[in-house]
Ligand binder design. Structure first.
Ligand code: NAP
Length: 299
């Protein structure tokens, strides 16, 4: 039987673990904070079952498939788990926001591991360790190919849709456009997405997205000129008061993923000699609001 591990079963990792359980697997949960029951509720799922938690990385053994679902800035802190579970041939599915999944994780894993980046579209939250609520459709977008198909197979019959993408870079940049603009503005305003019903905020978000799209195109993403307007039109139509996880972290006073979701735009813009002034303002203001001067580096 395929051995499967989820490192960091919080909102996303817990939902992924729930989907794996529905599909007949018994994932090992690599945790900092242990819990007895894995409870996942949502429109297409309701499970409550004993959780198979491990708190000691030295007790871990190489696994066939590993899902990494800690926040981007927590990746280095999860290094001991990666050392324990990821070896030659292990498929490591990186369920994080941003576009730098592979660059972030490659230096931390054994040679011969197969890295699979995932764009996460899964509105999940955690009310207590192991207690996950899902608010809508659940999807991971991963590159097509042999590894992608093997990952999709693992979720057969579950509520989690796996989209096999022929152009993962474009999919990841579309998500980054949304995260950088919408997440960034809502973080500074400390509010949810109903703020985009204000015409001036909507214009600002659209302009931020246009800058992100220029950088994305330089990185090889195929992003149509009118994409920012279309994304924001969809957002205002569906604005259901959703609060992004980065806003929740800011309100809770804990470090946020601002490096992976905002500073990344400036980092990659610089690589191509592109100026992104609105993103610089947004990123700077988010950075100075981090607790204890958290510099966005991984912990
Ligand atoms: N939530 C969403 O709706 C959503 C949607 C799309 C994308 N995403 C992305 O998905 C990724 C995961 O986000 P999330 O919302 O699931 O975060 P989360 O709810 O904070 O979950 C992160 C989990 O990682 C655990 N963790 C952190 N460091 C660890 C370590 N060293 N060892 C073991 N466990 C560790 C945390 O444990 P503790 O219990 O000890 O804190 C927590 O359970 C992020 O990149 C996020 O941007 C999230």
């Amino acid at each position: 039987m395929t051995s499967v591990v989820v490192i960091g079963p919080g909102s996303i990792g817990g939902a992924v673990a729930g989907a794996l359980a529905v599909a007949g697997h018994d994932p090992l949960l690599a945790v900092r904070t242990s819990f007895d029951q894995l409870i996942v509720r949502g429109p297409d799922v309701s499970i409550d079952q004993p959780a198979n938690c491990l708190t000691d990385p030295t007790a871990g053994q190489r696994a066939d498939v590993v899902f990494l679902a800690v926040k981007a800035h927590q990746t280095a802190g999860a290094r001991a788990w990666l050392d324990a579970f990821v070896g030659q041939g292990t498929m490591l599915v990186i369920c994080q926001n941003g576009v730098e999944h592979i660059d972030r994780v490659t230096p931390m894993v054994a040679e011969g591991a197969v890295l699979v980046p995932a764009v996460v579209a899964l509105p999940a939250s955690r009310s207590a360790p192991g207690n996950i609520s899902i608010g809508g459709k659940s999807r991971l977008t991963i590159p097509s190919g042999e590894a992608g198909s093997a990952v999709a197979e693992l979720f057969a019959g579950s509520f989690l849709d796996i989209k096999l993408s022929e152009d993962w870079t474009t999919d990841a940049w579309i998500k980054l456009m949304l995260n950088a603009a919408s997440g960034g503005i809502c973080t500074l305003a400390r509010t949810n997405n109903t703020v985009f019903q204000d015409a001036e905020v909507l214009d600002l978000a659209t302009a931020v997205m246009r800058e992100v799209a220029v950088v994305g195109r330089a990185e090889g993403a195929r992003l149509a000129e009118d994409l920012p307007e279309r994304i924001m039109a969809g957002m205002t139509e569906r604005a259901g008061g959703h609060m992004s996880s980065i806003v929740v972290d800011r309100i809770n006073g804990v470090p946020t993923e601002w490096d992976a979701r905002n500073a990344v735009v400036l980092r990659l813009a610089e690589r191509h000699g592109i100026d992104a002034p609105l993103n610089r303002v947004l990123t700077t203001l988010i950075r100075v609001g981090e607790p204890d001067g958290h510099d966005g580096s991984m912990t």
